[in-house]
Design a protein around this ligand. Structure first.
Ligand SMILES: [Fe+2]
Length: 475
């Protein structure tokens, strides 16, 4: 542990240097009021590693030339002690020190901490490595689903380049409300922090809380409850479940959470009596495109399955429902590796006709987009709850047999993959028009144009048209 003498007349600057050198460099700090006192100590403790000092300090109403005294003492005694001098120092010929560094502004505590780090051979990267692993960020929306936390929760304050301070804001088992979390968010906070060692316990706690809420508010809700009232909880849980799987991978809690969300999507779909107004409610939710697209895809697919048209070559609705729902949840999961949330929300809407728009993307993003169908299929195979052959739908959901890129190999695909492709295209177009405020064009026309020349898809587009008409008549 390095021993550092610290001389600074400004109490705040003194404390900031002290806490930073102690916390981040693990140094032992010995405060001294002036050069005289420091030298008196160095006479009995000649192996002090460093002195961090203001260049001049007021002593009994007179200015002490602290820097000069210290340099002189170290030279005279031929010591290895290094100096970090804060303020003007004319001692060195070119303004530099033989043993140490000068920080010109006497109040620049960050500069002094940097200089001390440099001298001790600790780089900013080392500092980051040393500091960051202790805390992990948790995106603030996770806390929307909670009223208490199983561990202490911190916010992070930047203190300098690569240097942070963590302030405890929620104590373990404190209760809090959504508005408390929103207050932080309104000030621009996106992440809270918890200790790394408590991450797994926190993840399980969030998953359990979401599962309980979904069970209570959706799966066990009375059958005549309007599904529209369940959509906000479902949308929020859906997005958090996807995010948890990306953060933690598949484990007992994330598998259960995904399954509960998917059962919620099915239950909400089966309770819905009218489609149009429900679609508009879905569009109006604060949830992301992932949920909106998935939920509408599932709703449209189940309408086509209800037709029981043998010419479509589809399995029964009972057989297909869970497969379509699982596929709707998992198809674009791998896109979440794109960290830029805004870009992600746009990319999740891309499909075959958007290939030209993709040319401008960077190579990594292109790689994720072109591989997400196959990667998603390989991923879902590892989920023991997923129904058989869901991986085929995920792999083929952009029209490609081998799951790579965007193609139109419709005739060769599994019948459920074709159904999924059409319903997802419908959902995308519905979201797109809603966000543009366009209500003048029936989406079925876009579907006809989009799949023209592909007989196996044309027959499904006809079925979609019939299903929507029947639905309207029923409503
Ligand atoms: Fe996709």
């Amino acid at each position: 542990m390095a021993q550092i003498l610290l001389i600074h007349s400004n109490k705040n600057v003194h404390d900031l240097i002290n806490i930073n050198l102690t916390t981040y460099l693990g140094a032992h700090i010995i405060p001294r009021s002036n050069g005289e006192e420091a030298i008196a100590l160095m006479e009995i403790l000649p192996h002090v590693d460093m002195v961090v000092a203001e260049a001049q300090v007021m002593v009994d109403g007179a200015m002490e030339k602290t820097a000069e005294k210290l340099v002189q003492f170290i030279d005279d005694h031929n010591l290895d002690t290094e100096l970090v001098l804060m303020g003007e120092f004319a001692g060195g010929k070119d303004g530099t020190l033989k043993n140490g560094l000068i920080v010109k502004n006497p109040l620049d505590w960050e500069g002094a901490v940097d200089a001390a780090s440099k001298i001790l051979g600790i780089t900013l990267d080392d500092l980051k490595k040393k500091i960051l692993p202790e805390y992990v960020p948790i995106a603030s929306p996770y806390f929307h689903a909670l009223h208490s936390s199983p561990c202490d929760v911190f916010i992070r304050i930047k203190q300098g380049e690569g240097q942070y301070q963590y302030l405890k804001r929620i104590h373990r088992d404190d209760t809090f409300e959504l508005k408390d979390i929103q207050r932080y968010e309104s000030q621009g906070l996106k992440y809270f922090f918890i200790l790394k060692s408590e991450r797994d316990a926190f993840a399980t706690y969030v998953s359990n809380a979401l599962v309980l809420r979904l069970e209570k508010e959706i799966l066990e809700a009375s059958a005549d409850l309007d599904p529209a009232t369940q959509l906000p909880v479902l949308g929020e849980s859906h997005d958090l479940a996807l995010r948890s799987i990306v953060d933690q991978g598949l484990n007992v809690s994330t598998i259960q959470l995904a399954d509960t969300v998917i059962q919620g999507m099915i239950s909400t779909t089966e309770r819905s009596k009218v489609l149009g107004p429900l679609f508009r409610q879905i569009i109006g939710l604060p949830a992301g495109h992932f949920f909106k697209k998935g939920q509408i895809t599932l709703m449209v697919a189940l309408e086509i399955l209800k037709l029981k048209n043998p010419a479509l070559g589809l399995p029964s609705k009972e057989d297909a429902t869970a497969k379509i729902a699982y596929a709707a949840f998992f198809t674009d999961l791998k896109l979440l590796e794109i960290e830029d949330t805004e870009q992600l929300e746009k990319l999740v809407m891309y499909d075959y006709p958007d290939l030209n728009r993709m040319a401008s993307l960077d190579e990594r993003t292109k790689g994720i987009i072109f591989g997400h169908a196959l990667d998603g299929a390989l991923f879902i195979r590892r989920n023991p709850e997923a129904p058989l052959d869901v991986d085929i739908i995920v792999k083929q959901h952009h029209g490609s047999m081998n799951g790579s890129g965007f193609k139109t190999e419709y005739a060769q695909l599994a019948s459920l993959s074709r159904l999924f492709i059409l319903c997802e295209a419908f959902a995308r177009q519905f979201i797109y028009y809603s966000e543009k405020g366009r209500t003048d064009r029936p989406i079925i026309l876009d579907m006809q144009e989009r799949f023209q020349g592909h007989p196996t898809m044309e027959i499904l587009v006809k079925a979609l048209q019939e299903a929507l008409k029947q639905r309207e008549n029923r409503a």
